[in-house]
Design a binder for this molecule. Structure first.
Ligand code: FAD
Length: 396
């Protein structure tokens, strides 16, 4: 496969930083090859050593400014980090949340919160990997969520339930969205929601219960229950009742970063497909000589290249502080479709071996499927584009 590494149209210095980052990530991933992930997949284990290596190398603190102990890189570099992890056949899902949840603290937290938390998140003393938004009854309809936080003196008391709160068992803190003003007392459904930074170390057993959910891929996801959980009011991020806006800006970052992972996955699948197509001889010639094998791989590659442009376009706009709703959503849609097309072509190219654990293809195939649904489903992105970009009526 040609080196499709995108030219980032930045200054030469920035380009060389990006190349160094890509190389260092690739080198680090060399210590975590297929067997490592296969074992974890069988046991539904958490890649503790991999996350520690990324943290120690400073990659998970890439977006944290230097004044708070981070590396102070931008969204382009952060996207390159996650893309490269996936390009190398590893999986960043165990730890990517820190990159976008941290942004909510950075942009909307108080000075004390930033000084207290960000350096510890940067050096790995504190893990901010859990993001509690989705609920079982409201699903995609986030503003209908039912978890409530009621003020009581210097505390808030939290009751409710979240689902798909990934990494909750491997995180110290959770960024939590809860309703602070009842729906019937607000003008718009987006009002009356607040963001809290929950210290799960103190909360577990004192009103917080976490239950793992086994899924088709190894994702350390959970459901969490809040039963009269009392947290200090100082854990509120930003202003009360204004939390939905804070979460939305984090969600756009999340869409770009996960789209970058999909680009990395698409590259991994394509390399795996072309290698196998060139090596496997059937009917006395390489299967890659058949256009029926070549074309789906080439088509997925073209899809990936187009998606890659959109992902890095969105990342640059994000760095420039421009509105990016359209670009972040489009990037996520195109990149998830490209990785899925590449995954499908890869399984087909491998024939029966596409289903054998030791080839890693079936595992990556299961992992890639998620991004049609989470963190936002393809349907909801299309609805967003139809309504907010193309001006058609809201369909729901
Ligand atoms: C492994 C995993 C990890 C996750 N991690 C997290 C996490 O860490 N934190 C978190 O908060 N959430 C997390 N999620 C939740 C994820 O963001 C949601 O699953 C996703 O947004 C879809 O919501 P839902 O599952 O409730 O589906 P629903 O909202 O119930 O929708 C079901 C289907 O109907 C479609 N649909 C719904 N409404 C419409 C409409 N109006 N028009 C067209 N189609 C529609 C959807 O597209 C979807 O395909 C995770 C999910 C998974 C599976």
């Amino acid at each position: 496969m040609p080196d499709s590494t995108i030219q980032l149209e930045n200054s030469e210095t920035q380009d060389s930083i990006i190349s160094e980052v890509r190389e260092s990530v690739a080198k680090l991933c060399g210590d975590f090859q297929g067997e490592y992930w296969r074992k974890l997949d069988r046991e539904q284990g958490y890649p503790t050593e991999f996350v520690k290596a990324l943290t120690d190398a400073g990659f998970l603190g890439a977006l944290i400014p230097e004044e708070y102990g981070g590396v102070g890189l931008g969204m382009v570099a952060a996207s390159v980090i996650l893309e490269e992890i996936h390009h190398q056949g590893c999986n960043a899902a165990a730890c990517h949340a820190q990159m976008y949840t941290m942004g909510t603290v950075l942009r909307h937290g108080s000075d004390e919160q930033k000084k207290e938390l960000l350096p510890k998140i940067a050096d790995g003393t504190l893990r901010l990997q859990a993001f509690g938004v989705t609920e079982p009854t409201s699903g995609t309809d986030t503003t209908s969520l039912r978890t409530v936080a009621v003020r009581d003196g210097d505390d808030y008391i939290i009751n409710g339930q979240k689902i798909w709160t990934s990494r909750a068992e491997h995180s110290d803190l959770m960024l939590l969205l809860a309703r602070t003003t009842p729906l019937n007392q607000v003008n718009k459904k987006t009002e009356g929601l607040s963001v809290f930074l929950l210290d799960m170390r103190k909360a577990k057993g004192n009103g917080l219960t976490i239950r793992p959910i086994r899924t088709m891929m190894n994702h350390s996801t959970t459901e969490v229950f809040f039963d009269n959980l009392r947290i200090p009011a100082s854990n509120l991020i930003g202003e009360v009742d204004k939390g939905f806006r804070y979460i939305l800006s984090g969600m756009n970052a999340e869409r770009i970063l996960i789209a970058a992972e999909c680009i990395g996955d698409a590259k991994w699948f394509t390399k795996k497909s072309t290698d196998y197509a060139n090596d496997r001889n059937i009917f006395g010639r390489a299967i890659g000589k058949n256009q029926g094998i070549q074309f789906p791989i080439a088509k997925a590659y073209a899809q990936m290249r187009a998606a890659e442009l959109m992902v890095y376009h969105a990342a640059r706009l994000y760095e420039a502080g421009k509105p990016i709703g359209e670009e972040a959503n489009t990037a996520k849609l195109l990149a998830a479709d490209a990785s899925w097309a590449a995954a499908e072509a890869c399984v087909q190219t491998h024939g029966g071996f596409g289903f054998a654990e030791e080839y890693d293809v079936e595992r990556k195939f299961r992992e890639a499927r998620l991004y049609q649904v989470a963190p936002i489903s393809t349907n909801l992105i299309l609805s967003y584009l139809a309504e907010h970009v193309l001006g058609m009526p809201r369909s729901y």
